[in-house]
Design a binder for this molecule. Structure first.
Ligand code: BEZ
Length: 238
């Protein structure tokens, strides 16, 4: 939900799950982009506090590493901070020079905080000038499907971001939910029945049930080749 600030004309607010993502047009390291450019594919819009900072650099390297795995799942990456496009270019060039890693995704230069304000990325209790470590998962219909907010001092977990995408796509494809600590291949949860009659039936339907409200099943085609690739790279799988 966003409100228009009369003095500045800037939209402010916090997106809400299952509602349309706030539209934007922005300058990036790959040229101008708008939200509608991503219609038809998944988008991870993420903010970082500032260029040339240590934790952010580790995160950019980590996002670059999972970019092919995201692409295999139909997901595009789009970074953002309240820095100039020249700063973004200098920083990403420096990362390439020092580590050999090319940053493959565009980074928004949000100097006027328009996108940051619309997505509630600035947490004044933390910093009035930097965006927190936010992740917005936006689906192919431009609907906000998940949000993660991390503080300045904590780098994000790329396994969790991939797991979240796999969970959302598994839910969409199979009309199921995913339990705590689920990873691709694990049993999924059948949405709880909404009537007494459905509750009676649920425990007779051949699912693995603790009781009528918690039933699991194993999907016939539980993992895609892309998620198998990821599962093989997780510590639990090695
Ligand atoms: C960092 O990326 O290391 C960082 C950025 C802003 C505040 C604290 C840490």
């Amino acid at each position: 939900m966003t409100a228009l600030l009369a003095e500045t004309g800037v939209r402010t607010g916090l997106p809400r799950l299952n509602e349309p993502a706030p539209p934007f047009e922005a300058v990036t390291t790959h040229g101008p982009v708008r939200l509608s450019d991503y219609t038809g594919s998944w988008l991870i819009l993420f903010s970082h506090p500032a260029d040339f900072t240590p934790v952010c650099t580790t995160e950019f390297l980590a996002f670059a590493e999972i970019a092919p795995q995201l692409r295999a799942r139909g997901v595009e990456l789009l970074g953002l901070s309240i820095d100039s496009v020249y700063s973004h270019i200098a920083w990403t060039r420096n990362i390439k020079e020092r580590t050999g890693v090319e940053i493959p995704f565009p980074v928004i230069a949000d100097l006027n905080k328009e996108v940051a304000s619309a997505y509630g990325m600035v947490m004044p209790g933390e910093s009035k000038t930097e965006t927190s470590r936010c992740v917005f998962v936006i689906d192919p219909n431009s609907i906000v499907r998940a949000m993660i907010y991390y503080p300045l001092t904590t780098g994000r977990n790329m396994h969790e971001i991939l797991r979240l995408i796999d969970a959302l796509q598994t839910t969409d494809a199979n009309k199921v939910a995913t339990p705590a600590n689920w990873t691709p291949g694990d049993a999924v949860v059948i949405p709880a029945p909404m009537t007494s009659e459905a509750a009676d039936q649920r425990v007779t339907q051949g699912y693995d049930c603790v009781d009528w409200y918690l039933c699991r099943k194993t999907l016939e085609t539980p993992v895609t080749p892309a998620s198998q690739q990821w599962a093989a790279s997780t510590p639990a799988a090695s």
